[in-house]
Design a protein. Structure first.
Length: 167
């Protein structure tokens, strides 16, 4: 069983505590700011990337981070990266832009994508991510996200993600 029902079943089976929040659809970090104000914990954004070698990456960072895409490959062990196509996102993760979440790895065969979690998020008590749709948020620990990824056969990378300094 996959999809949100499978995700919820895995959370229950693994005994992972979480808090669920329903809200209006959000498609960008800017749109989610109003929603986030009412939800405690770390908020996220996700980058679906493809490197020059054809490897797909899903990188989860704090929502306010301005990721330095030129420095990112060295930090995560990839080749030069660019944004992945929506068709590849749908094929690999079963989601559309606006609903990107590390939890979409539930749909990805192990080895088809590398999931990277910012080190600060990995250590956080509550990280807020979409449960495969952009009309809800679930809060769970960074460690729980890592446990879920491993449960699904992935080997997540934890890295300090390089950010651009504010202009």
């Amino acid at each position: 069983m996959r999809g949100e029902a499978g995700l919820l079943a895995d959370l229950k089976a693994l005994g992972i505590p979480f808090t669920a929040y329903e809200h209006d659809a959000v498609f960008t970090v800017a749109e989610s700011d109003a929603v986030n104000a009412a939800i405690p914990g770390e908020h996220t954004k996700n980058l679906f990337l493809k490197d020059n070698g054809g490897t797909f990456w899903l990188v989860t960072v704090p929502s306010a981070a301005r990721v330095d895409l030129k420095a990112l490959p060295a930090a995560i062990g990839s080749k030069r990266v660019s944004f992945g196509k929506a068709e590849d996102m749908d094929r690999l993760l079963g989601i559309a832009p606006g609903s990107v979440t590390p939890l979409a790895a539930i749909h990805a065969p192990p080895g088809s994508i590398t999931v990277v979690l910012d080190r600060g998020l990995a250590e956080a008590d509550q990280v807020n991510v979409h449960p495969l749709r952009n009309t809800a948020t679930i809060g769970l620990s960074g460690a729980a996200i890592i446990d879920l990824l491993r449960h699904w056969g992935h080997s997540p990378r934890i890295a300090p993600i390089p950010v651009q300094e504010p202009a």
